[in-house]
Ligand binder design. Sequence first.
Ligand code: NAP
Length: 293
Amino acid sequence: MSQLINGRVLAEKIKDQLKLRLSQLDKVPCLAMVSVGKNPASEVYLKHKIKACNQLGIESKEVFLAEKIQEEDLIRKIEQLNNDSTVDAVLIQLPLPEQIQFKNVMLHLDPEKDVDCLHPLNFGQLCLIEKNGLNLNDQLLPCTPRGIIHLFNSLNLNLSGQKVVIVGRSNLVGKPLSNLLVIMGATVTLCHSQTKNLTDETRQADILISAVGRPGLITAPMVKPGAIVIDVGITRVNDRLLGDVDFESVKDKVQAITPVPGGVGPMTIASLLENTLLLVERKRKSQVLSIKN
Ligand code: NAP
């Protein structure tokens, strides 16, 4: 059996470090989480996010909106949260229903409250990070990519020259992650539903990351022996949570692999808390500066 990359243990370590930073704040941070409609995967994430906030003493505020809400009403709600001085960070749970344009909504979120780094200003800044210039301590990064980079760091993995294949090109995972890993020195191939011969691509990967949401998509013949496999996918099937990777057939072939559950999921949540704190600390710094000036 290869190394099991335990996201739960690492997430607890990160949360312990965050407790110290939290104790240095003069206010309890507040994270608002906006969900539109019902989505079984989102419900699981939300439950865990609320629990993690409670564990650390971060206030969480849930905003549930109807599936059929119109874009302008959602934007109005977001503007209310922007103007609410008790709210430090806002998460808009994806996916959004079809009638709503993701980009329009993100444009209306205050970039200083954008905890998943999806406002075009924050997203754009990711592209401008200098090569080898990524610093987890002071850079806002989308939560799941941040969590995956933490996992790599815990393995002491040097990404320079590594061939990484990411399956899934969403705004939430694949697109920002590919950019960040290139900055870290990897050579990245980003695959999606129109990729021809997916197996030809994935078999080349020293590091294979799957973020699709299709259980069993990645099977043993698609994986290079000795690769590192990161399974981002989470799909609820009956009462079980399944990743994209056929874990049983892949696990003995690889150097290291994340389980589902217990791999990337807890790291995304720890990163959400980290980003919340980062936003509060930034706000505090800018307030101190404006008082001094
Ligand atoms: P998404 O927006 O639906 O994107 C899915 C991506 O997969 C798309 O780029 C799509 O290609 C691609 N795809 C679909 N079928 C494919 C196929 N047969 N072969 C290759 N690529 C295919 O999803 P997401 O928000 O990124 O989430 C992906 C999965 O990760 C979901 O299961 C989600 O629940 C999970 N997730 C987990 C975490 C965590 O913390 N563990 C965090 C976020 C998401 P096209 O672009 O061509 O349509």
